[in-house]
Design a protein around this ligand. Structure first.
Ligand code: SAM
Length: 364
């Protein structure tokens, strides 16, 4: 479980009671429940401020030298007063820090919004706060009442259909955000997987193919197949596309894994896709079970909602999945049950990194 972050509070406020650490040292003042709940209810202000910083490329405008709001405003071509108000809000969340002499400097969090930062989260921050998310969150009570997605009611069509038909910029951002996220977990997954005896690997719903490309780079004899929706495969990682360094060992298969998985491989990766409705998961696992030859390995990788160092992050993702696609992040029990129902033999469950678990299965 995570604990509440420490943050600046008005120490002069009579309502703010100081707490004492077990060793007797003065600890951070406690925030009274009534203020804490107000802050929680204003969570949109935090998400909005992070989105504005990402969208304005505020982090790129600041280098290692602290700068005033006026200097940053000139660099961004925006008025200084509202920019300073935005910075002041962000400082409350440790995204940027105030130097005390009217200037602002980077923090580890603000650096992650830079476009040139290795491990940048800018696209992910934008994706998590896209315009359609705000409408979806406001209907969470409906989703809880019905247990179903609110997306079609709000936007007239299913989520991915809407993205591809009506919000191409958002669809492109989704692909970039997935790529950013996959790039970071791809190396962890490559470290985790033992590919002894594996000549061919297929990534089902593999996005643009970051994980597959990382595996193929790590194992020069490995042949890889990427299966994803046609519009995603079209924009696959350049390493896998014709002319790319891995192209002669790569196969790109546009398709819908709920309809068919026309791919033979020794190892099937299924990462972060079995989080939609259970029927889609059943169909995907059934298709895999039908096509995979006995002895093949299936590795399903997911964030678990009952075992994560960041329950705030995982539960937020879980609720967003409910809103958008009627999906859910799994518990250990719920994913195990669906795997067993499909006829795959679950051999092991192990952490890949701090937020992902791998369910390694054998095809009987
Ligand atoms: C959350 S992303 C995960 C991508 C990648 N596996 C990863 O971990 O980075 C879900 C992926 O599933 C793909 N997807 C959604 N519906 C699909 C379907 N019916 N058939 C194949 N892929 C699908 C999406 O295009 C997207 O790339």
């Amino acid at each position: 479980m995570t604990s509440a972050p420490t943050r600046p509070v008005l120490s002069s406020s009579p309502a703010v009671a100081a707490t004492t650490a077990p060793d007797g040292a003065a600890a951070a003042p406690a925030v009274p429940p009534a203020m804490l709940l107000r802050e929680l209810a204003f969570g949109a202000a935090c998400a909005g401020a992070v989105r504005a910083a990402a969208s304005l490329k505020l982090a790129d405008a600041l280098d290692e030298q602290p700068a005033t709001a006026e200097e940053l405003a000139v660099r961004l071509d925006v008025p200084a007063v509202p920019l300073e108000r935005l910075l002041r809000a962000l400082v409350c969340y440790e995204v940027f820090a105030a130097t005390g002499d009217g200037r602002f400097r980077h923090t580890p969090l603000s650096r992650l919004l830079r476009t040139d930062e290795p491990g940048s989260l800018r696209d992910i921050a934008l994706w998590c706060t896209e315009p359609w998310t705000w409408q979806s969150w406001s209907r969470l009570d409906d989703a809880v009442r019905t247990g179903r997605s609110v997306f079609a009611d709000a936007f007239g069509k299913e989520f991915f259909q809407y993205l591809h038909d009506d919000a191409p910029d958002s669809a492109a951002l989704f692909n970039r955000a997935m790529t950013q996220s996959s790039r970071q977990s791809a190396q962890d997954l490559a470290d985790f997987l033992d590919l002894a005896g594996i000549a061919t690997a297929a990534d089902i719903g593999g996005g643009q193919g970051q994980a597959l490309a990382a595996l193929m780079e790590r194992h020069p004899g490995l042949h890889g197949t990427l299966l994803d929706l046609p519009k995603v495969v079209e924009h696959a990682d350049p390493r896998l596309l014709p002319g790319g360094p891995l192209a002669d060992r790569a196969r790109l298969v546009p398709g819908d894994c709920r309809v068919a998985i026309p791919v033979q491989a020794d190892l099937y990766l299924v990462k972060n896709i079995l989080e939609w409705d259970d029927e889609s998961t059943r169909r995907t696992l059934r298709n895999l079970r039908q096509v995979a030859r006995p002895g093949a390995r299936v590795v399903i990788v997911e964030n678990l909602v009952d075992d994560s160092p960041s329950m705030r992050f995982t539960t937020a993702m879980d609720l967003l999945l409910l809103l958008n696609v009627g999906g859910a992040k799994h518990t250990l029990g719920s994913l195990t049950a669906l795997i067993e129902e499909s006829g795959l033999l679950l051999k092991a469950v192990a952490p890949v990194n701090a937020y992902l678990h791998a369910f390694t299965c054998a095809v009987p």
